[in-house]
Design a protein around this ligand. Sequence first.
Ligand code: GCW
Length: 667
Amino acid sequence: LADDGSRLWLKYDLLKDAQQRDKYAALTKFIAANHNSPIVASAVSELQMGFQGLLGKKVSASASAGSRTGGVILQVNANAQNLLEDGFAINSQKGNIVISAKTPSGVLYGAFELLRNIQTGKSLSNLAIVSNPKVKIRMLNHWDNANGTVERGYAGSSMWKWTELPFRIDPRYIQYARANASIGINAASINNVNASSRFLTAEYLEKIKAVADVLRPYGIRVFISVNFRSPRTLGGLKTSDPLDPEVKQWWNDKTKEIHQYIPDFGGFLVKANSEGEPGPQDYGRTHADGANMLAEAMRPYGGIVIWRAFVYKADPNGDRFKEAYDQFKPLDGTFDPKVIVQVKNGPIDFMPREPFHPMFGAFPNTTLGMEFQITQEYLGQSTHLTYLAPMFKECLDSDTYAKGKGSTVAKVIDGSLESHQNSLMAGVANTGSDVNWTAHPFNQANWYAFGRLAWDYDLTSEHIASEWIAMTLAKSKAGQETIKRMMMQSLPIYISYTYPLGTAHMMGEGHHYGPEPWLEKSGRPDWTSIYYHRADSVGLGFDRTGKVSNALSLYSAEVQKQWGDPERCSLDYLLWFHHIPWTKKLSTGRTLWNELCFRYYDGVEQVRKLQTDWESLKPELDKETFENVKGRLRIQEKEALWWRDACVLYFITYTKMPIPAPLVPPT
Ligand code: GCW
């Protein structure tokens, strides 16, 4: 049977090597679980399913191991040492493998870790694993709409079948829950941040309850994105002013009602006063007024309020880079402890490469959460192969120097730098109704990598890629290495032929796909391409060191030093901060113009190499996956040419210089 990718990384195909199977089988003869809860039951059934598939044997489960050895014991022990909530330990103990955790969720994560060890061919003897999540709320944000569309979704329509719920439960909800639990994701906001009030109606709460009931046995809590104007649109009030007593009461009542459906409701996610969405500023109030009002409504319950910091003004003379910082900075310290402010990784909008957001490290008195975009709005959508773990890590590993060297973004968002109680890493989901969930088979790896990094941002991108490949694609060691190399090269390649040297935001308007560097007019004055690249006859790039904008000054002195001097600034970020003359010689020995051309041309060549690499894997891949990726790589080549020619020919109108000879041989 062809592999349609629907099982993601939880394929559990029979291991080919019989000896290896026997070895694992000798250590997994039975399952004993000392705890009776739906989540532990999920762990047991997952282990049974995994052993059945991978090892080809039925394994029975009971409450106690008795005097037996050679089995897997699951233990929930509230006093377990060295473990945080959700953490787990796996030890070889007296002839058994013991998975212990403080909570049922920890046991479930441990069970998936054990399966992953088998899936990736690791030894199960002398196990001594301790694993704790670095971030508490590891969350997917779905931008799914009630009408079944997905904003910036490239894998079909919404996976949530709102018209069928609550009566029919699509089996894919369970697969989705399993996939998330396998990588430690424990929260999901189920609807678009451009939120319809409809999701707060009794009709929809009943549907959301049905989803929550499916996700709960996998340790996943449901959040709802809310429209700030709901007291007016749903409640019939005259205002949605967060300081109005009736408005407060409306939210208190609504929050109570939600908890009648979903007792463990995760909380609200809010996009307010951003891109036309309503918010507290409509009534002369601040983001903190709005967020704190909702936090007050959540006071009696366990959940929280996640308030997004993605705000900007349409000011052609301002710098959008600074907008969120400027609006939120005066509010630092005024947010309720139940509020997490969710900040995109970079200051603009999920560009393929952005410097880390200047809010990280500059808000000691606010819990800041991370928002990554897993769906590839600006990263080739569902046709270009782009492995995002290195991008996520580049941001997390960046040093803010807020409290001296080592004050990384990761330490800001895990709460450790400023001793915050809560912590959050969210990823905008790339899931949809396509059979393989993500359209491009490799996009599955980005979902996988996001979860693994939210659990442990110290994992390397290579390590995560290796795990994913071993569980999904090629079976030979050499084949796995080839795929890993392709994945590791993919983001730099994509950046080369789209946004080299720190350029940004030159994509087609609206669809955000393909190049449009010449875009001069748009619905919003700071959404044109020329606003971002600032090309002129002298050079290219947005001076943020003071001449045009002083955005660099938002960072700590060390970061300013690192990026402020064009001679020392990494070429990756150069044009984010500097307007560089076309003729200026860069550290590569080429002038800016020649380097720019070189990167665009080299990017295309590298895509061709990816195609050759993929071709070499044909003998060991199933036909469907092979052909699927092959076809997408052909589109990628065509579109890399499109980006290259569009951008180079456009910039030539400023440079009036030829494309350097070695790139285009004379005819
Ligand atoms: O990048 C922009 C997207 C919008 C999105 C917005 C946001 C949900 O183009 O589609 O809206 O970001 O993050 O709010």
